[in-house]
Design a protein around this ligand. Structure first.
Ligand code: SF4
Length: 182
């Protein structure tokens, strides 16, 4: 089930009701760009923390506060928004990023090769896995997933530093993927 198309300067977007229910509050955004950004993708990939991009595939993927975002030359998809206001804000944010990259392209080093990507399991492996609850997550697995989704910083797990070798390695991976590190 789709809602009306909203037109903005440079793009339009619509919400797709992913529950197919009249009173659902879960939507995906389909944002159509008026002009292709294919040439900008490697520069945009350099600007978006934690994204995955392989040059030539024509798509950037990233997690943004729980939303799965796919950036294609003429279209951006964003999952799981609650309504028009959130959609409007997210679309404006990504369009503004595109404009910023377009303006500053000459000073950005483009991403022309595959970036390493961190997974929930990479994070979990570095945690103590004692499920102590100090981070206010029920389990270390739940905490790892929350860190991966950028909902909480790794620093909320105090015991993680007990194994300095794996902790330092995790911090390097997180930093490389654009996560905040202590
Ligand atoms: S504080 Fe660390 S060790 Fe304790 S449950 Fe959370 S992630 Fe696991």
């Amino acid at each position: 089930m789709q809602q009306n198309i909203t037109h903005c300067d440079g793009y339009s977007f619509m919400l797709v009701n992913i529950d197919c229910l009249r009173d659902s509050t879960h939507f995906n955004i389909v944002m159509d760009l008026q002009v292709s950004i294919e040439a900008l993708l490697p520069y945009l990939a350099a600007r978006l923390p934690g994204c995955t991009y392989t040059h030539g595939t024509g798509v950037i993927n990233l997690m943004d506060a729980g939303h799965i975002v796919g950036i294609h030359p003429r279209q951006i998809t964003i999952t799981d928004v609650t309504g028009s206001e959130e959609a409007r804000t997210l679309c404006a944010k990504y369009f503004s990023s595109i404009q910023e990259v377009e303006s500053n392209r000459s000073s950005i080093t483009p991403v022309l090769m595959k970036r390493s990507t961190i997974t929930v399991m990479d994070i979990l492996r570095a945690l103590p896995r004692t499920n102590c609850g100090l981070c206010e997550s029920a389990t270390c697995m739940a905490f790892a997933a929350r860190v991966f989704r950028r909902e909480v910083p790794i620093g909320l797990c105090e015991p993680v530093g007990a194994n300095p070798k794996s902790y330092v390695s995790l911090l390097e991976q997180l930093k490389e993927n654009g996560y905040p590190v202590p």
